[in-house]
Write a protein that binds this ligand. Structure first.
Ligand code: GCV
Length: 839
């Protein structure tokens, strides 16, 4: 007891070191001691003080950050001085203030608004370090860059650099609702709102703003684009002021999403027609009011005429009319409006083969090029559909010459595994950003178009939907690499995926070469693996499209108005988007790109089914038929998900235990769910096409015992919907008296060590308990309490529990006992037994 108490007291008195609390909260800003002694010693002569020229909140934040980072990584506590005294120092200041301090340090080059320089200089005869920029925010970015260099183990001789961000807009969007929920958020409740108000304690928002600043993000919209009108009411604006204050310290401008009908709904006008004088006046008065309260307010994000949101079509007006009426209200205050290009009709007639949602952004907006005011930014999703695992770059990027544009990416993994699956998206984003749209001859990649380089605009850039939540790790321990990656790419899209993953790994875990190599490889393999076991050849999503967007539900995208059709039937699959026979979508690209996509001969395989409807027997460049490709990739992808587990296990002991276990659990879950995907998709296509798998895997499951074939006590057999979500399309559910059921069968194969997989359904409306017995001996028990997005037995809830290395003898009875809870009937799909040696 005595020891316990003293240990407790000690832990209360000692400041928590970042290494102690490895929950992921510090993300890449852990500032743990640099272990490489050579790097460390190179900083022995580092100045002992900081001289900050200026005392704005941003400069103060920069100074505090430098003290914190250097103390953590190098064990030195820097003194903070107002002006340099007669010693070596680290000077933080704008170019103007540096020039005033010592004209010999004058830098005549251009750093843009947010660029910075880090230089070792001599000041009053003392070796010093200069971190300078055109603006205070640039100085802050310079400090973070310096700390990143130290964190990455660069010696002091390699710290000098000058950097200018690729584009002025580097922004995050959030789809947070005022009640604290987040649309498509997978990491807990909103950090901004609760119970229809801004949160009282903004410390988490402050920490988030710091994370944003550390990767150069300078703008953030905090509420759902499916906007609540209340967000710009006078009463709510006073709450937003508090968020803006917190953001301001870190150089982040606050934006909010608005509802286009606001003049009518909250303004009391009879109309929201953008050409109505009263409406224009209302927006102007509203903007003036906002800027009186928040002078550095960024502006608005607007989703109009999309998915039921009201827009200018209500009055027969154009999107330019809608954007401009608001832009003109913001203009005197230097505000921007991000007008979303995600405009489409979700009630399209699926029977009409000429209908095509992919056409919508271009069809709605291209003809308006040149008619948007210069403080309008058209925010265009990276692909023409909606953040699918594989899409071509939106043709709209190449079709706007006189309009500011920004690319919209998605960090929150709506269609890419919802953070339960590892899916590092930087390689996917880079494919889009590097894609040459041939908008002015060749050499016009998307990154140049959106940054304004190609057609000489000044106001474009990068936006991503972040949706961090209150989970300790913000997005997930490995998933947060996507946030880091977005920030780094928005700053410099020419960084490689490997560079970004390596930086993130070193700072988020450590620099042990085995750790770096393993985690970087895992990250880089994760998107290709996810694509393999989910969506083939650009066909579009095979998930449940109506609602959850997570597990497989192959037919859900068909026969409805949402337009995410893959048109798979008995004979073939894919959307015919050609000009010759299809929807004409390929014609939205400029000549050479259009020609490449138009022909199945030249269309890249990975987008073949996005552009063409083809028979399952069509032979790909690989020499395989489409159907065999579907089988093969699904088996390969699921196996790659298994390998992720093994890769992670190879660094046990080299990363902290807390994060190791949490990541391991997630990867094991993912491997099980990848198999759900594999089986559902392969079974569906096997049944639909009638073409067998040449490798005889699809439809045959060695070692599998269906739950419905076991001896059941209290369990009842039920059909599962959709049929491919369960093996044999059936499962068992406990309805037995006393709330306890069992399913058993004899083990019939030879004695040995086996891995036993129990496939069950972990619904979100209960926490059933399971026990597994081998000839009466308890070998495993668990509670099905994962939070998965469904209250049904389906492919979202289907989950694998693996019991490894179980010794089994012939005639051993394997029995599972299930105890239901809430609405969840301890449901089981099957058990699969494999020799442990096989794995
Ligand atoms: C916020 C998709 C998502 C919606 C999202 C919409 C959008 O349809 O499923 O949740 O709405 O995109 O980007 O506006």
């Amino acid at each position: 007891m005595k020891y316990l108490l003293s240990g407790l007291l000690l832990s209360m008195l000692l400041p928590a070191s970042p290494a102690a609390a490895e929950t992921g909260y510090s993300a890449w800003l852990r500032y743990v001691p640099i272990e490489n002694q050579i790097t460390r010693r190179s900083y022995d002569g580092m100045p002992a003080s900081i001289s900050a020229l200026g005392n704005s909140a941003v400069i103060q934040a920069a100074q505090r950050e430098l003290v914190l980072g250097v103390r953590g990584m190098l064990g030195k506590t820097l003194r903070t001085e107002g002006r340099p005294s007669n010693e070596s120092t680290i000077i933080l200041g704008t170019l103007d203030s540096v020039n005033q301090l010592d004209p010999t340090l004058f830098f005549s080059g251009n750093l843009g608004d947010d660029g910075y320089l880090i230089e070792r200089v001599t000041l009053n005869g003392h070796p010093s370090i200069l971190v300078a920029a055109a603006s205070d925010r640039g100085v802050l970015y310079g400090v973070f860059a310096l700390l990143r260099k130290i964190g990455l183990g660069k010696p002091i001789s390699e710290i000098d650099e000058r950097q200018i961000p690729f584009a002025p807009i580097r922004m995050l969007n959030h789809w947070d609702n005022l009640d604290g929920t987040i649309e498509r958020g997978y990491a807990g409740a909103s950090i901004f709102f609760e119970k229809n108000n801004v949160v009282t304690d903004l410390s988490r928002v402050r920490d988030y703003a710091r994370l944003m600043a550390s990767v150069g993000i300078n703008a953030c919209s905090i509420n759902n684009v499916n906007a609540n009108t209340r967000v710009i009411t006078t009463e709510f604006l006073t709450q937003l002021v508090r968020v803006a204050e917190v953001f301001r310290d870190w150089g982040v401008r606050l934006f909010v999403s608005i509802d286009f009908s606001s003049p009518q709904k909250i303004g009391g006008l009879g109309t929201f027609d953008p050409l109505d004088q009263g409406v224009a006046k209302w927006w102007k008065t509203k903007a003036d009011e906002i800027y009186r309260l928040i002078p550095d307010f960024g502006g608005f994000v607007l989703k109009a005429d999309s998915e039921g949101r009201l827009g200018p079509s209500a009055y027969g007006r154009t999107h330019a009319d809608a954007a401009n009426v608001i832009a003109r209200a913001l203009k005197p205050h230097s505000g921007l409006i991000f007008y979303r290009g995600f405009v489409y009709d979700h009630h399209m007639d699926w029977r009409n083969l000429k209908n095509d949602r992919a056409r919508a952004a271009y069809d709605n907006l291209q003809s308006l090029d040149g008619r948007f005011d210069d403080n309008v930014v058209l925010q265009i999703k990276h692909g023409p559909i909606d953040f699918q695992v594989r899409e071509p770059a939106s043709p709209l990027f190449g079709a706007l010459e006189r309009t500011n544009q920004a690319i919209e990416l998605q960090i929150t993994q709506e269609y890419t595994g919802q953070q339960r699956h590892l899916c590092f998206l930087v390689p996917m984003w880079k494919e889009v950003l590097d894609f040459d749209m041939q908008a002015k001859g060749s050499g016009t990649p998307v990154k140049d178009l959106v940054s304004g380089r190609t057609f000489n605009h000044s106001g474009g850039g990068f936006v991503a939907v972040s949706n961090v939540g209150r989970d300790q790790s913000w997005l997930g321990l490995l998933a947060i690499a996507n946030l880091y990656g977005f920030g780094r790419l928005a700053w410099n899209p020419n960084l490689t995926s490997w560079q970004i993953a390596e930086e993130w790994t070193r700072m988020s875990f450590n620099g042990d070469p085995r750790v770096v190599k393993t985690i970087v490889q895992m990250q880089l393999r994760s998107w290709p693996a996810y694509e393999k076991y989910t969506g083939p050849l650009g066909a579009g999503t095979l998930t449940d499209i109506i609602n959850i967007h997570y597990g497989p539900a192959v037919e859900s995208s068909e026969r409805n108005g949402w337009g995410q059709w893959h048109r798979a039937d008995e004979r073939g699959i894919g959307m015919d988007r050609t000009m010759a026979t299809g929807t004409g979508f390929t014609g939205q690209y400029r000549g050479p790109v259009a020609r490449m996509y138009e022909s199945a001969e030249t269309c890249p395989d990975e987008l073949l089914l996005f552009m063409h409807h083809l028979p399952y027997t069509h032979v790909l460049r690989s020499g395989k038929t489409i159907i065999q490709h579907i089988y093969d990739t699904h088996y390969e992808g699921a196996e790659e998900a298994n390998q992720l587990v093994r890769q992670w296990e190879s660094i046990k002991g080299l990363v902290d235990a807390q994060r190791y276990e949490e990541v391991l659990n997630r990867l094991e879950y993912q491997a099980g769910h990848a198999q759900v995907w594999r089986d559902a998709v392969c079974n569906w296509f096997l049944r639909m096409s009638g073409i067998p798998d040449l490798k005889k895997r699809a439809g045959t499951f060695p070692g599998r015992v269906e739950a419905e074939s076991m001896k059941l006590e209290g369990y009842q057999i039920e059909e599962v919907q959709p049929w491919e979500a369960a093996s044999g399309s059936k499962a068992i559910k406990c309805i037995g008296p006393g709330g306890r059921c069992s399913a058993s069968f004899p083990h019939t194969v030879k004695p040995g060590r086996y891995d036993v997989d129990i496939q069950y359904f972990d619904q979100n409306n209960g926490a059933s308990r399971f026990k597994v017995f081998v000839s009466g001996r308890l070998v495993a028990e668990w509670v099905a309490d994962n939070v998965l997005p469904t209250n049904k037995m389906d492919a979202h809830s289907s989950t694998r529990r693996r019991i490894r290395g179980l010794t089994l003898r012939p005639r051993d009875e394997i029995r599972i006992e299930g105890v239901p809870n809430g609405g969840e009937g301890a449901p089981i799909d099957y058990i699969e037994i494999h020799s442990s040696r096989r794995r």
